[in-house]
Ligand binder design. Structure first.
Ligand code: AMP
Length: 180
């Protein structure tokens, strides 16, 4: 099974991704996580990724595709995967035609996402979570990722989920759509 989770930062897609990974026994992969790891490398590429992420911009499509596809060659993804944060542009989605089972758009309002992230920020978990970067990331989502949702909707495998409901309710809704 190959699943894609789409949603703005703070939509709860990593929470759902990790839950589904345990329930379905499928590996979870977050492109943001890969890039955060790479941003720690003291190489020109590592520094470039760090600067791009910290400003809230997207990593260019060719680089992103190359890196994610390389990761997906690992044996743990052989039987399927749950992707969080990828594809994020129509160009990525078009080039990544990999027999996707279902795409879940976990929808929360910008206001709700900012509210949740403001709470999370106090823990200081992410260096790239300045308000300016968050606003940029939200605007990148509306401009570049919303068309990805329409792309999959046209393909007929998109499910829109109300991300403002309780975590367990959302989880049950996703499982139900998957016939579980
Ligand atoms: P996330 O953890 O999904 O919010 O991703 C954090 C950051 O990683 C984003 O703001 C981008 O800079 C970068 N990133 C993650 N996934 C992608 C992607 N599919 N395409 C381009 N950039 C990405």
């Amino acid at each position: 099974m190959k699943l894609i989770l789409i949603g703005i930062q703070g939509s709860g897609k990593s929470t759902q991704g990790n839950l589904l990974s345990q329930q379905l026994g499928i590996s979870y992969l977050s492109s943001g996580h890969i890039f955060r790891d790479m941003a720690r490398e003291k190489t020109p590429l590592g520094r470039y990724i760090k600067e791009t992420m910290n400003a809230g911009f997207l990593i260019p499509d060719d680089k992103t595709l190359e890196i994610v596809e390389e990761y997906l060659k690992k044996s743990e993804y052989k039987n399927g995967y749950i992707l969080d944060g990828f594809p994020r542009t129509v160009a990525q989605a078009k080039k990544f035609a990999n027999g996707i089972t279902a795409v879940f758009y976990i929808k929360v309002s910008d206001k709700e996402a900012l509210w949740r992230l403001a709470g999370r920020d106090e823990e200081g978990v992410r260096e790239d979570n300045t308000l300016k970067a968050l606003m940029k990331r939200i605007s990148e989502f509306h401009i570049k990722t919303k068309p990805v949702i329409e792309f999959y909707r046209e393909k007929g495998n998109l499910y829109e989920i109300d991300g403002e409901k309780d975590v367990n309710v959302i989880n049950r809704e996703i499982l139900q759509k998957l016939g579980k």
